[in-house]
Design a protein around this ligand. Structure first.
Ligand code: NAD
Length: 327
């Protein structure tokens, strides 16, 4: 039995990324405290970890302070997909800001290292491609996405002010589109949308003409980046971009999903929503240099694993047959 287990808190631990992170931290021999209010997270995402005595769950809204003794904090709590964060935009901003203040206050009190899951959305609709960390972004502060984009931007400000003012060890990563098992089936994100529509044989909806590009990182790769970032020395604060720089047009993604599922679905086009960026692609040079990190999972492999997960969830037989469904 290890007497030197780290006590690690993950806010948003019942969500898509958080549940994979909790799994990884447990596998590394840590005591893991998952804090979640289940706004978009699901018990099913973490049910398989509950029997582990080193895994603990706390139902808690991070807009309220919490008092626990921990060594490291990963702050992931925040609805991440536009349908979810626009459902209650005021609450989204509160979660980003008040949540950041609460986790930073906790980190300061117990002397914990604190990690912020920021986002490529801080770049808004970027005017430079690919985006490097020193690009300051092009965000519409008044639009429907601002509750998320500006909330995350201000959370970054708070992290850096806590570092300057209180010498807190902080780690900030900016996450680009990530996909994989345990994405929410109704989150309106492009990968989950296409897979669910293809599995159901429904029309595949593309917003715009499908020429807009996106770059998709598989969840296992992203979590590896989180762990490497947290393990860096105090001088490394970020922000560091984590994502896959390999871009593909959204139309091509739809075609690949349809082919992999073996679906009869047709592709249909709808108007592009307001402030939807045309292109979004990370420059991951800094992550490569600082963390020795880069994505390793090919899109096809990642899609097959995600298709398998959704096929199980929806009770549809998966033609992909890779048999590696996430729980
Ligand atoms: N998935 C991506 O591609 C992506 C991209 C950029 C940034 N991120 C960031 O990563 C983090 C996790 O994203 P995800 O994709 O796993 O989303 P998710 O919606 O699956 O997970 C978010 C989790 O936070 C919880 N939560 C929300 N508000 C809360 C609150 N007030 N108190 C406690 N818990 C709360 C939700 O219930 C959920 O479990 C988010 O901060 C998101 O902004 C994700």
């Amino acid at each position: 039995m290890s007497l030197t287990r780290k006590r690690v808190m993950v806010t948003g631990g019942a969500g898509f990324l958080g549940s994979h992170l909790c799994e990884r931290l447990l596998a590394q021999g840590n005591d893991v405290l998952c804090v979640d209010n289940y706004f978009t997270g699901r018990r099913d995402n973490i049910a398989h970890m509950l029997p582990d005595p080193h895994f603990e769950v706390m139902r808690h809204d991070i807009c309220f302070p919490l008092y626990v003794e921990v060594d490291e904090i990963y702050n992931l709590a925040c609805p991440a997909s536009p349908v979810h964060y626009q459902h209650d935009p005021v609450q989204t901003t509160k979660t980003s800001l008040i949540g950041a203040i609460n986790v930073l206050g906790l980190a300061k009190r117990v002397g914990a290292k604190v990690f912020q899951a920021s986002t490529s959305e801080v770049y808004g609709d970027p005017t430079v491609h690919p985006q490097t960390e020193d690009y300051r972004g092009n965000v519409n502060p008044l639009g429907p996405r601002a509750c998320y984009d500006e909330g995350k931007r201000c959370a970054e400000t708070l992290f850096f002010d806590y570092r300057r003012q209180h010498r807190l060890p902080i780690k900030v990563v900016r996450i680009f589109n990530t996909y994989g098992p345990r994405m929410h089936p109704d989150d309106g994100r492009v990968v989950s949308n296409f897979i669910v529509q293809a599995l159901r044989g429904d029309d595949i909806t593309i917003y715009g003409d499908g020429s807009q590009t996106r770059a998709f990182c598989f969840v296992d790769d992203l979590i590896e980046g989180f762990i490497r970032m947290m393990a860096t020395g105090a001088e490394v604060t970020g922000p560091v971009n984590l994502g896959n720089p390999h871009e593909i047009p959204v139309r091509e993604l739809a075609e690949r999903v349809v082919a992999l599922v073996g679906s009869p679905s047709k592709i249909v086009y709808r108007p592009l929503p307001q402030d939807d960026p045309m292109q979004r692609c990370p420059d991951i040079g800094l992550a490569q240099r600082l963390l020795g990190w880069g994505p390793t999972v090919e899109l096809e492999q990642g899609l097959l694993r995600t298709i398998d997960y959704f096929a199980n969830l929806l009770g549809v037989p998966a033609k992909s047959g890779v048999g590696t469904a996430g729980r």
